[in-house]
Design a protein around this ligand. Structure first.
Ligand SMILES: Nc1ncnc2c1ncn2[C@@H]1O[C@H](COP(=O)(O)OP(=O)(O)OP(=O)(O)O)[C@@H](O)[C@H]1O
Length: 282
């Protein structure tokens, strides 16, 4: 860890509750007491969350409460920001991704990320976009293996049927929704165990959004998914677990409440959660 907080490490009642409320299936990712800073400014305070394997966990909460920052701590992207530091542990199937023995490239390969704005390599072909990650992570494959991988990953991302006859066309020529599915296919090509998605539909129209949601649903049984979304209907549709983040009056972000999605939406235990999911603030 790059910074050790000197503040009291007493776990709050809320945080203790958070951990016990999360379903008991094996955690693919287990974030323990994550605090994060930009310079001197603390933006997350001892956030703990177990994200069960083979399911979708949605991170919800008002703008600026630290959802994206939390997501970036999970695959070590937070440390790319020069002023950023953090404390806590992130376990991937029990192994600390911040352990000095874990290579950064391995952590990022096992925990992939899809961003808000689709970011394929625009001049690169659809085919080459899918296999691009193999080079970045040092993987090599024969032509036939790559062909099979491209078909498999585009299939899983729900794009194969639409692009199989034009794999050599540039990725940038696809629609926004298709580009986002191409980015999902690219992430899948390095066979991640977890896929982090930071508002993956916010730049898309409703039809493309539903298509991505369907893709998320189809992928979840083999890749654990953690998604940040501002869209409460989307959180309710795609996730099995939800964590509600809040940063009140300039204080660092915390998880107010986490648990199964149905409970968070229909019978949350904290009034602030109820107010947020019912659109009364944020
Ligand atoms: N690169 C950065 N440098 C400095 N401060 C940052 C940086 N990125 C985020 N922050 C600050 O950290 C806090 C948490 O931001 P973050 O983007 O994680 O929140 P969020 O809940 O994802 O917000 P949104 O829903 O608007 O995307 C905010 O106060 C933000 O201004």
């Amino acid at each position: 860890m790059t910074q050790t907080t000197t503040q009291a490490m007493t776990r709050t009642t809320t945080q203790a509750m958070t951990r016990t409320m999360v379903p008991t299936g094996q955690a693919a990712l287990d974030a323990r007491e994550i605090s994060a800073w930009f310079g001197d400014r603390k933006v997350l305070d001892r956030v703990s969350l177990a994200m069960p394997a083979g399911s979708v966990t949605a991170l919800i909460g008002p703008s600026g409460c630290g959802k994206s920052t939390f997501l970036r701590t999970l695959n070590r992207m937070h440390e790319l920001i020069p002023s950023a530091s953090l404390a806590g542990e992130v376990l991937l199937f029990g192994k600390d991704v911040y352990d000095p023995g874990v290579k950064l490239t391995d952590a990022r390969r096992e925990i992939g990320m899809v961003f808000q704005k689709p970011n394929p390599f625009p001049a690169m072909s659809i085919y080459d976009n899918v296999v691009a990650g193999l080079k970045l992570t040092g993987g090599r494959a024969r032509r036939a293996e790559k062909d099979a991988l491209v078909e498999e990953c585009l299939g899983k991302a729900g794009l194969w049927v639409e692009v199989r006859d034009r794999l050599r066309q540039p990725g940038g020529a696809l629609s926004g929704g298709q580009q986002q599915r191409l980015c999902i296919a690219r992430s899948l090509a390095v066979r991640p165990r977890v896929l982090l998605m930071d508002e993956p539909c916010s730049a898309l129209d409703p039809t493309s959004t539903r298509r991505i949601e369907q893709t998320i649903h189809e992928l979840a049984h083999e890749v654990t998914i953690v998604i940040v979304t501002h869209n409460m209907q989307q959180a309710a549709r795609v996730s099995q677990q939800c964590a509600f983040f809040l940063a009140e009056q300039g204080t660092p972000g915390v998880i107010v409440e986490a648990g199964d999605t149905k409970t968070i939406f229909e019978a949350p235990s904290d009034q602030r959660t109820a107010d947020y999911v019912h659109g009364r603030f944020g």
